[in-house]
Design a protein around this ligand. Sequence first.
Ligand SMILES: [Zn+2]
Ligand SMILES: [Zn+2]
Length: 502
Amino acid sequence: MTLHKFDDRIQERREERKMKDTILLDFFKLSLKEMDQYIDALQHVCNVPLLTNYLNNYVIPVVADWPGQVFTRQAITLRLLNRKDNIPNSILSFIPIIGVLHIQLNLLESIIKIYWDFFNMEYQYVFSTSKALSKTPSPYRTFVLLELARSAWKKIKPIVMGKFDKHCKDIEFLFLFELLDNTVPVGLDIYSTLFRSGDWESCIEGVFRAWSIFLQFERRNYNKAPLAFLSDIFYWGQTNHPILNILKEHLVKFTDYPVENMHSRIRRQTSPIDTPQHLSKTAKIVDARKTINSFEDIFAIQKKSTYADKDHLALLTKKAQVFLLEIFGNAYQRLGQSSIVKGPGENISFKLASLNITVDKKQMPLGFSSKHLPLYNKCDHCYEILCNGTGKSSMVIACGHGYHESCFTISLNGKCYCENFLKLGIQINVSSLVSRLSKLNKSKSNLKNMIEADEDSPQDQQIVNEVDILEVLRKDKQALPRVEQAYSIALERFLNINTTII
Ligand SMILES: [Zn+2]
Ligand SMILES: [Zn+2]
């Protein structure tokens, strides 16, 4: 996996995630495309002699991706409602929990897809290439582009915020701010940092923020998966269920990482045309060898890393800073010139003046998905100028709405229009999920709807282009001083840039 970085807090928890503690019970062929096959898989677990008794008194959490969640939940629901005969009682001994790693993988994939125009520009600029970014970049490339954008933004944010008014409600500025200050950090941190640090409160908040991004993206299935998880958590909290404390204290153990790790190892040692028998045999060998890996690691010749090292990252981050300074400089020049384009029906899109792209509400802050579109430089409650020089204090909040302080705290009672959008998103998705789970659907289209687009994309794709690029950087001794110089020029231009009035 390439999504991992380790800070101190995460190091401490590393022990708990070691692969040597995982046990492979069995490895056999199932298509995992319908509920019955999940029941079959879980029945295998029940049939392990040691577990048969255990499951009479205890439950086992099933941490899995969306199909693993929805089919297990469906089986449990149908069993409880007695709507289908042959569902064994033992299914009630399993508790599906959404894997936070899968939330992150799907979120990153959605972010790069939805903001492709922006990341394509970043990619071409930072890697000095005229080649377009793939529409479905590898997870590694996605991660690199987002990480570079994040670390560059961190460095130039004070400079940018010093130039733009803190009440700026320019559409293009809000687009950039939302992406860099909210969406990208949530995508990068939800599993890699928040979950792995074991910090419960931050992780739960992160899951909610990830859900609200999925909601805005109108991302199928994942606009529901985090809600099912949060609903369980709140229910256990209300009923004082002991499982909640176990989750809080051992959060990092409830991970889908070992399964993904095992899949990667097996994929590396097999080919797609291998028979199920051969795959099963290999899986068992891989499992048996995992404990002697540390011994092998000491003697094995380390393969040269194809990933960027520290120096390259510093260079690429600096380039990303130049890229962002130019983008924000251009946006400043065209302040107030981005516009709302009304399409057929209720469709609206936003023409970003300097980036010269058209985006829709999915790419904009939450407020643009609400019934009240944020107004440029006006209070979204009283429609008067936000900063009219009378000293009336005002604010622009994270959703892109801006208010006079008195309008927000007194007239609106501290509640933005966006709250309704979120509430509605919860209601609609929860009721759609509940009806889906309690139905015996055999229809193919329903089934397709449940799993399509949520099959894992392979995590070990070959990183070909990055290797070339890094090789060029390695050889070019002048690269860093040149970028430093470009940065100084970009900074000076940014600081002196003015808004053009047309
Ligand atoms: Zn007002
Ligand atoms: Zn709002």
